[in-house]
Design a protein around this ligand. Structure first.
Ligand SMILES: *[C@@H]1O[C@H](CO)[C@@H](O)[C@H](O)[C@H]1NC(C)=O
Ligand SMILES: *[C@@H]1O[C@H](CO)[C@@H](O)[C@H](O)[C@H]1NC(C)=O
Ligand SMILES: *[C@@H]1O[C@H](CO)[C@@H](O)[C@H](O)[C@H]1NC(C)=O
Length: 485
């Protein structure tokens, strides 16, 4: 910019010299007039230069600003999610960076496809706002003894309060939280049953016995869109380590999305922390909602899909028209680029879900299609880990989180858990009220509490494919019901 100004100024000086040399042969009156007009011209020129500079400066500021806002937006992304800067650096660097950033803004694992379209851009649910809020005031209201509140709604309201929402019978609260949209507790219990933590019996003692207390860490692991960021924040806010500040890690040294077979490969660790010092808490999600989520936000998973025909476990007739090669394929294949040198092919979205989790959980029997087999027996794991369901992190945090902390050798902070308001990868733009500083949790509660939504986007033939392909032992072990076609 400074350069531009200098060039313009010397041009202006030349113009001025020319102007003064030609004026010598004319009358005094004319000379003065020309001098005046050339000065005016110069001033005009300067004005133009200044305006241009200001405009350029403005553009640069704007660019800078949007760079920052997309950075911070991405840092909030993900129930899978509070996102972005935490998003696997390698995954972003490689390939479709632009597309992924765009997607992160468009979606999350929070919203339904249609929500995505009219979400406001202002998605930075600010967790700081939340922590600054006077949390204790929220507990002045005696929910338990409020006769006017449906008992079946109270546990849901409690969760929202853990996320910092005012649930008192105030006008503001009613404006922000449309209670007619909230799920009933009994509906959630019917859909998913009581909360589960796999591995408590086998892993906690083993982990604590093998790692000295000062070296223990806990970190979430899970495939994309399964609540790893949510879990990370729950651990960070609620697990306290006696001997030091650390212990709650954003991801394990091998990378939170990396398959368990690569656990001993420290590709993601900048520190020298050995992999075995970290107890991974593996998040898994209802495969029906998980696939919907992968359609909206695919991260490093590449598969051909049209948003209107997704989840596409098997090719849609229209897929075959636009990609004739799918006519010969049973499933829509998927490639996941975990890092630049590690790209894995899966036969379909369902295969990805099965195979990723079967690296953690192995079963005694090998007959994976025997649905009638009532005895599902997990093999003892070869290394300590816990597994939790994303749905339980949302609805049963109070039960789950303290046990996770303690399993790794940390202490639970105590009292009501602190939930995460800005859940997941930009779980933004709640359609209720003004959006609010922590709309994410509210939105998740509404969305995941509505079990009817599991079926959204699955025509009969995709439901049949899902039923046929989902590993029935995993489904049973985790109490995820099938959707009947
Ligand atoms: C670890 O990861 C790097 C980079 O992806 C790869 O080159 C290497 O072969 C891996 N090592 C093992 C033991 O898997
Ligand atoms: C499971 O049980 C149902 C009904 O009892 C039966 O129709 C089906 O063939 C059984 N499947 C297997 C794999 O045994
Ligand atoms: C639950 O989801 C279904 C399908 O998306 C929708 O039609 C229904 O209105 C939702 N129910 C509530 C109470 O929001």
């Amino acid at each position: 910019m400074a350069e531009t100004t200098m060039i313009m100024t010397s041009k202006a000086a030349k113009t001025k010299r020319r102007a003064s040399s030609t004026s010598s042969s004319t009358t005094t009156y004319n000379t003065i007039r020309r001098k005046v007009s050339s000065m005016l011209f110069l001033q005009l020129l300067l004005l133009v230069v200044v305006i241009i500079s200001v405009v350029i400066l403005g553009i640069q500021m704007h660019t800078l600003e949007s760079t920052f806002s997309s950075l911070s937006a991405s840092s909030v992304i993900g129930i899978d999610s509070i996102i972005g800067q935490f998003f696997d650096q390698n995954l972003i660097k490689e390939g479709t960076r632009q597309q992924q950033q765009q997607q992160q803004q468009d979606d999350d694992d929070g919203g339904s496809g249609s929500d995505g379209k009219n979400e406001d851009k202002d998605q930075d649910d600010d967790t700081d706002d939340y922590s600054k809020k006077e949390t204790s005031k929220l507990y002045d209201y005696d929910l338990e003894n409020d006769q006017n509140v449906d008992e079946d709604l109270k546990p849901i309201l409690k969760i929202l309060r853990q996320g910092g929402y005012d649930i008192s019978p105030s006008k503001e609260s009613y404006q922000l939280i449309n209670r007619a949209l909230l799920p009933k507790w009994s509906e959630i219990m019917t859909a998913y049953g009581p909360p589960k933590i796999l591995g408590l019996e086998t892993s906690c003692q083993a982990f604590q016995n093998s790692i000295s207390s000062k070296k223990r860490n806990i970190a979430p692991a899970g495939i994309f869109n399964t609540g790893t960021n949510l879990l990370s924040h729950l651990l960070g806010k609620n697990c306290v380590w006696e001997h030091r500040s650390g212990g709650n890690m954003w991801q394990p040294p091998w990378g939170k999305h990396i398959p368990a077979v690569r656990r001993t490969n420290h590709t993601h660790s900048k520190s020298r922390t050995p992999y075995y010092n970290t107890l991974p808490v593996v998040t898994i999600r209802d495969p029906y909602t998980w696939m919907q989520s992968m359609c909206r936000q695919n991260y490093a998973a590449q598969f051909d899909h049209d948003k209107s025909m997704c989840p596409n476990i098997i090719p849609y007739p229209d897929d075959i028209l636009s990609h004739p090669r799918y006519g010969t394929m049973n499933y829509i294949p998927i490639w996941v680029k975990y890092d630049p040198e590690y790209k894995i092919h899966y036969d379909s979205l369902v295969h990805l879900w099965n195979e990723w989790y079967l690296q953690y959980i192995q079963f005694e029997e090998n007959d994976k299609n025997n649905e009638n087999n009532s005895i599902i027996k997990m093999k003892d794991p070869s290394f300590p880990f816990l597994m939790v369901r994303m749905e339980d992190l949302v609805f049963h945090g109070q039960t789950i989180v303290p046990q996770l902390c303690e399993c790794a050798g940390a202490k639970f902070r105590g009292g009501e858990i602190q939930h995460v308001s800005a859940i997941a990868n930009g779980n933004h733009g709640i359609e209720i009220g003004t959006g609010g500083y922590n709309a994410g949790l509210l939105r998740s509660v509404i969305k995941y509490g509505n079990v009817t939504k599991r079926k959204d986007g699955y025509p009969k033939f995709q439901l049949e494919a899902a039923h046929k392909l989902l590993d029935s032992r995993l489904m049973k072990l985790l109490s995820y019901p099938y959707e009947e076609p």
